[in-house]
Design a protein around this ligand. Sequence first.
Ligand code: ADP
Length: 484
Amino acid sequence: MLDLKDPSLLRQACYIDGQWVGADSGETFPVTNPAGGAVIAHVPRCGAAETERAFQAADRAFATWRETTAAERARILRRWFDLMLTHQDDLARIMTLEQGKPLAEAKGEIAYAAAYVEWFAEEARRAYGDVIPSPARDRQIVVTKEPVGVCAAITPWNFPSAMITRKVAPALAAGCTIVLKPAEQTPLSALALAELAARAGVPAGVFSVVTGRASAIGGVMTGSPLVRKLTFTGSTGVGRLLMAQCAPTIKKLSLELGGNAPFIVFDDADLDAAVAGAIASKYRNAGQTCVCSNRFLVQDGVYDQFAEKLAAAVALLKVGGGLEEGVTQGPLIDEPAIAKVESLVEDAIAKGARVVSGGKRHALGGTWYEPTVLADVSRDMEVAREEIFGPVAPLFRFKTEDEAIAIANDTEFGLAAYFYSKDHARVWRVSRRLEYGMVGINTGLISTEVAPFGGVKCSGTGREGSKYGLDEYMEVKYLALGGL
Ligand code: ADP
């Protein structure tokens, strides 16, 4: 029905302890295509009992998986990587159908998701420890790294594959086992990844996927004493709740939460480069990424010119279904998402913002929203504080560097920030003063498996990808050898 080359990648069951299973109750829930709303599949609506079993299996599997050599784990991960690329077209198609993003972007995400698997296959063999010069003659101090243990992962719908592999690949590389709950909107990409992991030789119980009731599954993930670590990507509100739920059992946590990225354009910027960066960082995935620019801060002298050039670039974006040729803007994920965007834009207009482009739902209907540019935006409007998660670029005006920094940092979030300037001294100065985990300087694209992704303040804790990403799944153990 989905027109896949390998139809067995479309799994409508959970993958628990190496078995494809339904919910105990037999219940399922539908997965729909955001482009038009058609039902494309049904997956099990599991709850606490199935999740408990997944963790018991993960706990049993941990005993043997932790004893495998790094090279053995690396070979399995490498095979998983190869399989993802072999099936890139089908995986991308499944993603576009359940998530809505244009097929070219979906293919790009599969390559990006696979890159995490390849990277951590390589990093598995470099989990080095330390030998520390001893303060006493009869002592040797050695530091080793060990897998944290059984892990739990909860992922969002905006990157249905990459948010999974950047958690599961380092967990497996470190020698941990992991149970995943994907977002309700996009379980099919997760289940297809599980199918390929099984084909790659990941043993039963090492990686399980449970779909269903978020709060029931999350309750076990955060409450079970078997689980040593929770890794979550999603909203700050849910992150806060999960963190509190993890407190009684003191779990290790990685949280990648909301953002409110500033994109600062200084007078000395290369404006054409800034516009290209703005398009890439704002309109990718129809604005539904946590590192999407949320506030454009443009210096007085180039404000009008930047607005004009940005509007011209936005006019070239093509809105439509993700499977259609040449489309760059798919629908938003669901009705609540578009209702939020609509209300943020209405609030801005009511408070004096000027619509430069777009500004309303798209004529296609459904959950398509017009790529939008708003000028004369001020800090009393909701767009200044709220994560838009849609294709809307609000332009704020500033006069001095100090003012830009103050506006940029005036948020509870601290994930990604961007700025454009050709002045070297300013580049260093501004980079230091931005309270963000990641700063794109003269670029609107920062995500790569080789660099540490993560935020500060209410944007979360921990880093994904890079050499730092493996440490999140390892504990440091100190051995003191006395009496030498
Ligand atoms: P988004 O706005 O991106 O949907 P959410 O934080 O609501 O962000 O969702 C991210 C992930 O968190 C999804 O997999 C969702 O099912 C899950 N989730 C939401 N609420 C809970 C909860 N109470 N317990 C566990 N997981 C939850």
